[in-house]
Design a protein around this ligand. Sequence first.
Ligand SMILES: [Zn+2]
Length: 304
Amino acid sequence: MSEVVFDCNGDDVLAIQVKEHFLQTGVINEPFQCAFCLIPVTPKAVRGDEFRVGPHFQIGDSDHSPDCPYGSLGEKRHNTKKSSSTRIYGTEVFLPGRLVPHRAPSTTVPGGATGVTDALGLASRIKIHGDLLSIENRSTTTLVATAVEAWLIARRLYYGEARDKRVREDHKFVSDKLRNHPLSLFGRELNYNSAFHKFVSEWKGAAIHYGKAAVERIGTADYILRSVDTIKNSDTAFDGFVRLQTSAMASNLMTKKLVESLDTHNAAGTTVQWFGYGAMVQNGPGTSWTFDIVESPLIYLKGE
Ligand SMILES: [Zn+2]
């Protein structure tokens, strides 16, 4: 279950957001407590840079208050036990609906998060923060990696469904299914079909582009991902590349791991499967396509 909890700043957070915050800042805003009944909870699987194990919160000796949306009685009333058909990182998570900028922590602790577990406090907190229980409001992410993993899982799921139903046009079946899931990219309303674009042709507007590329190092700290994918119905490689300005990126665990991975591929001469958010620009008529990435949350190199 992906509980909403308060961190030490009184900000409401999900386990996945704790992990994303750690990747971008190296900080875990402990201690955490249930956003409704205020029992202490401990985040698990949030400190690594892996995207396989689902981040979650673990309760200690005390269980959620029965009327808490995560308690024995509240679960049914608030529909918090309901699982979704799609999962990311092995958790009961949904397809995130919005890719948003990383949020700076609050400096003030709002009233309510004082450790009082009386019934009145619980009811008022449910009133104030209850909208966070809806799947849509819970499902924001600050990482391209999270949206990509969700997309890959959904695709796998729908191709499986097409196979089981013996659908003839399975690509169309999958696209139609993906279209039903909204995905806003920094305020641009798209969906899980239209937000992703294979980097082998022109594309207008910002999207999550993806492809296979060779890694080249530029100067001492920047890199180029040069496309090795071929244009549709041809043997010609798409003349496009992504400039990864790692020298301009925030110095954090994400950037460090990104640079390590780029160096490994560069040294070994191996290609990499990449996903990156940006808008393509043509460098002149009939010339190459490119886009720049200067923030590590906007690029994801998928392990083989
Ligand atoms: Zn609770």
